[in-house]
Design a protein around this ligand. Structure first.
Ligand SMILES: [Ca+2]
Ligand SMILES: [Ca+2]
Ligand SMILES: [Ca+2]
Length: 269
């Protein structure tokens, strides 16, 4: 029941989809300057590989971000983008969302198959599905309530080997524990966002987890060394950068990670 759904952030298994799959890393701010046809009041459908029903580009942006445009999702809208991420076992997906959520109970179609699902509830706040891998699961609270005027940065880390995912709201892991996939999905295929109440999306990106990629551009090279030299403890890094910059997976970022990064680039590890 499409009309019962609010914001869904999900990776999906899409079969028989005719549109081209975008390779990752992918990022967009839905800005006119990106040259993909984004502009005020144009439909998102057909722009930069997005398919959309009742979603347009608008001049509402979230606080603190460079840019002028975002996506406005009308009531009962849906947007999709397919990705190809063959061989990537851990993938990050992130976007800024704004909306009041829905008063309806979460209700998502069994098809397509889905790994991670984030639900915006007007009554319970942001909820994440702790899936059982066979199409079901239980809803886990993030403890974050919704204010219709606020933007929420939602970052998800999906591990396609362990069939586990994590949700971060504004760079804090919520809920604190790892979550299960709803279905037995083996790799990233796409992103879908349903909205049954008006909402917004901006500053969206999808990239593989890569140890050493401290600037989160999808590559491990000298630019990452510069990032770590300039911020040796990752103090000003976001959650994706922090995960990548902890090259030796010790849980902290320090000079040992810089050494490990240089070794990695020079092929010494
Ligand atoms: Ca934007
Ligand atoms: Ca990099
Ligand atoms: Ca470390």
């Amino acid at each position: 029941m499409m009309s019962r759904l609010s914001i869904l952030m999900v990776t999906i298994l899409m079969c028989g989809v005719a549109i081209a799959q975008e390779p990752i890393p992918y990022k967009t701010g839905f800005e006119a300057s990106e040259g993909e046809g984004f502009d005020v009041d144009v439909t998102l459908d057909g722009k930069d590989g997005w398919t959309a029903v009742s979603a347009t580009i608008t001049n509402v942006v979230h606080q603190g971000t460079v840019g002028e445009l975002s996506v406005a999702l009308a009531e009962n809208s849906q947007i999709d983008k397919t990705f190809s991420a063959a061989g990537e076992t851990v993938v990050w997906m992130e976007g800024y969302f704004r909306g009041a959520g829905t008063t309806a109970e979460p209700s998502f179609p069994a098809d397509p198959a889905a790994s991670a699902i984030v639900f915006f509830s007007a009554t319970n706040g942001i909820e994440c599905l702790d899936g059982n891998g066979t199409g079901g699961g239980s809803w886990s609270s993030t403890g974050v309530t919704l204010n219709a005027d606020n933007w929420y940065k939602v970052t998800i880390r999906q591990d396609y080997t362990g069939k586990k995912w994590r949700c971060y709201i504004d760079d804090a892991q919520k809920p604190a524990s790892d979550l299960g996939f709803r279905d037995n999905v083996t790799e990233l295929h796409g992103f879908r966002n349903f909205a049954d109440t008006a909402s917004y999306l901006d500053t969206f990106r999808v990239l593989p987890a890569k140890k050493g990629d401290a600037n989160a551009d999808g590559k491990v090279d000298a630019a990452d060394v510069i990032s770590l030299v300039n911020d040796p403890n990752g103090t000003s890094m976001d959650i994706i950068q922090k995960d990548n910059a902890d090259v030796n997976s010790s849980g902290t970022i320090d000079v040992q990670d810089l050494t490990a990064l240089i070794d990695k680039i020079l092929g010494r590890s």
